[in-house]
Design a binder for this molecule. Structure first.
Ligand code: PHE
Length: 450
């Protein structure tokens, strides 16, 4: 460990913080609606396959690189591969974190407004078209969504400024167990509704006729996004992990927790949606329009709606913390700013872009760059381009550039002989992962038709 460098203090802290990063709007807002749009169960199977085959190995790789480098993503690549261009992967990571945090905080701002609405019982008595109007009115506004975006970023900044152990780890250890308890309560409510079976069937019964190559690509993008891969977060968090920690078990536990929460979110949502005869494929509005409609028809709906939006806020917060930390660690270590200054600069930068993303549903709706609104441009370039490309470069680095001995000593411990699991891991990293990511990426950008 570098002299005086902040870091995680316990095993539970490592897992809570990394799971906090992974578990976010991606699990509770995005996963259910992407699954809904792609036909349900079959999408889920493909998603799980990606998590096992690519997600876990890539998370392990990122954590190892970070822990070996003991620096922010840029500094880490500089240190591990001096006098080469590999540091560009770190630059991409910092840039991706910045872009994602911008649109992420816009959606997170919506969750704050909806928590407020839930607490003040504002969904009560509204018809489904009124609820949908409420969402459109709110998101197309100027001041309210922008202010919520900034409030959310400020909350994120307050945690990050306190440091890794005293901020990030401390809050993750409180918030993550809370999130788990809330989602279990919501699940119990959903599966005890009359007519819940249909929703469970939608989620768990694969219908492969609904699966096309677009869905496969979305499953890969979603699995990377959900595990916070390809953008330096796991490299950054890895750099705070103690040398004694076994990275294999950290990466596996975090990936399992992340997948479990996505499933539990599906179980909280689909049975309720089907039980009230609503369609599951309503896209991004699923949790903001469909669910309030469900809550106001459900016995005890008030309490469950408050719990649900509180859950979304917690999930979003622990993830945005990890995104901001990537940028802040870069500013403190490379530009030598103090943590407080770095946080303020990052807050100001992301604040501007966050507000622009938030305005993309309103006054800037018709402002297009390369055919996208600002929000969609940030989402598309980060999720479909930067993530897969950085993910690819990271596996290539670990598989082909980094010395196999160094990888082994980071993952297995110094001087320990390679075991079968490690050999399998190296095989995936060297051959399968680069091949699979390239294929899916080329298909995504239309250079190859699967
Ligand atoms: N994994 C987070 C989620 O599922 C999003 C995220 C992506 C966070 C990348 C950090 C880095 O919502």
């Amino acid at each position: 460990m570098q002299q005086g460098r902040d870091g995680f203090s316990s095993r539970f802290g490592v897992i809570a913080a990394a799971a906090g990063s992974a578990i976010g709007l991606g699990n509770i807002w995005r996963f259910p609606y992407v699954l809904g749009e792609n036909g349900g169960g079959a999408f889920f199977l493909v998603y799980m396959a990606f998590i096992l085959l690519l997600g876990i190995p890539l998370m392990l790789t990122e954590m190892s690189i970070g822990r070996a480098g003991q620096r922010n993503p840029y500094g880490t690549f500089r240190f591990l591969a001096p006098k080469t261009k590999w540091y560009l992967v770190g630059v991409m990571g910092v840039a991706a974190a910045f872009l994602i945090l911008s649109f992420y905080s816009a959606v997170a701002g919506w969750t704050l407004q909806y928590l407020y609405d839930a607490i003040f019982n504002n969904f009560a008595g509204k018809s489904s078209s009124e609820l949908s109007g409420m969402f459109t009115n709110f998101t197309s506004g100027v001041y309210t969504p922008s202010i919520w975006t900034l409030v959310f970023l400020m909350m994120t900044g307050l945690v990050v400024v306190a440091g890794v152990e005293k901020g990030i780890e401390k809050y993750a250890k409180i918030l993550m167990p809370m999130l788990f308890v809330i989602i279990i309560i919501l699940d119990i409510r959903a599966i005890t509704l009359d007519g819940a079976e249909e929703g469970l069937e939608f989620l768990f019964k694969p219908d492969f006729s609904k699966l096309d190559s677009k869905a496969v690509l979305e499953a890969l993008g979603q699995s990377f996004f959900s595990l916070s891969l390809g953008m330096g977060t796991m490299i950054t968090y890895g750099s705070y992990i103690n040398k004694k920690e076994k990275l294999f078990s950290s990466a596996t536990s975090v990936s399992i927790a992340d997948t479990l929460i996505a499933v539990l979110a599906g179980v909280a949502i689909f049975p309720a949606v089907f039980a009230f005869g609503i369609q599951p494929d309503s896209g991004p509005g699923l949790v903001f329009i469909t669910l309030p409609n469900v809550f106001q028809q459900m016995p005890g709906g008030y309490v469950f709606s408050v719990l649900f939006f509180f859950l979304l806020v917690i999930a979003a917060l622990t993830s945005s913390i990890s995104l901001l930390e990537v940028v802040v660690s870069y500013f403190t270590e490379e530009l030598k700013l103090t943590r407080a200054k770095a946080t303020i600069v990052a807050f100001a930068g992301v604040g501007v872009f966050g507000v622009l993303c938030s305005l993309s549903s309103g006054p800037l709706k018709d402002f297009h760059l390369l055919g996208f609104t600002i929000f969609d441009l940030f989402d598309y370039t980060s999720s479909n381009i930067l993530l897969p490309v950085a993910g690819l470069l990271i596996v290539l680095f670990a598989g082909w550039k980094w010395k196999r001995m160094s990888v082994a000593s980071e993952i297995l411990g110094e001087g320990i002989k390679e075991n079968t699991l490690f050999k399998l891991f190296m095989f995936i990293i060297k051959f399968i992962a680069p091949f699979a990511i390239t294929l899916v990426f080329l298909n995504a950008v239309g250079l190859l038709k699967l």
